[in-house]
Design a protein around this ligand. Structure first.
Ligand code: ADP
Ligand code: MG
Length: 237
């Protein structure tokens, strides 16, 4: 019996399970949050004492963020590797991220031509891209722009995600992707860990360039689908 295969079957089962749990857990979290919000509005908090409702709401939000960083697009179905048209994937991503940008401030400019195709799992790819763009929007701190463009170059599809946000110094840059590494009060430090892992499994690479006070640019490279040996395409993350 091939133990590599057994291992990837186990990973597949785990990621299926995680996706189902995420779906099941999200709703009760939202309902509980709503009820706490109501209680919070009805009860006056005494001067100088802690608002336990608000603390509870913050903790629920934290749980939701962890699910979001891991499982925004998780589907409790078999994960297939397909040929993906990058423009279609970005259309879907745009639908999620534009409302977020409108809420937090900041503009998005997306320009992805229809000709670009890569191999991968659509949900995972979108998860990876969302995590990068979410960081960019958060780095804008209310104003600025996130520019996204893509092209093909030497058998590779190259995607750039550049923001005019707060930027990072060298010390932070070298720790990106480390589990639980976060500089945000409400961060999970899991977003980029997940993202690096997904891109690696898709035989891609992710690099960051950044300048403090000027902005950050992420560059993703995937082999263009027509150069991928399709029988070698891996299934699960
Ligand atoms: P989180 O967003 O929960 O903090 P991530 O793994 O997504 O965790 O990111 C880790 C850290 O990397 C962030 O806390 C932030 O300090 C830094 N970072 C990531 N992307 C950017 C960006 N576009 N601009 C500035 N800092 C960033
Ligand atoms: Mg993040």
């Amino acid at each position: 019996y091939n133990s590599e295969l057994q291992r990837s079957e186990k990973m597949e089962i785990i990621s299926q399970l995680a996706a189902s749990v995420a779906h099941e857990v999200r709703n009760p979290l939202q309902v509980t949050r709503g009820l706490l919000q109501l209680l919070d509005e009805r009860h006056e908090v005494k001067e100088g004492s802690e608002n336990y409702y608000q603390l509870a709401i913050n903790e629920l939000d934290r749980a939701s963020t962890i699910i979001t960083d891991f499982l925004t697009f998780a589907k409790p179905q078999m994960e297939h590797v397909n040929e993906l048209n990058l423009a279609d994937e970005f259309k879907h991503v745009e639908g999620i991220i534009v409302p977020l940008a409108n809420l937090q401030g900041g503009r998005l400019e997306i320009s992805v031509p229809r000709s670009l195709k890569i191999m991968g799992n659509s949900s995972k790819l979108k998860q990876a891209i969302i995590n990068i763009i979410k960081n960019s929007i958060e780095a804008l701190e209310g104003s600025g722009v996130v520019r996204i463009w893509a092209y093909e170059e030497r058998e590779q599809v190259v995607i750039h995600i550049a923001d005019s946000g707060s930027g990072m110094d060298e010390r932070i840059l070298e720790r990106l992707g480390e589990p639980y590494f976060s500089n945000k009060t409400k961060g999970t430090g899991l977003g980029l860990m997940v993202t690096f892992r997904i891109i690696e499994v898709m035989q891609g690479t992710l690099e960051f360039k950044s300048q403090k006070g000027i902005g950050t640019e992420a560059m993703i490279r995937f082999p263009a689908s027509r150069f991928v040996n399709q029988t070698n395409a891996k299934v699960s993350v």
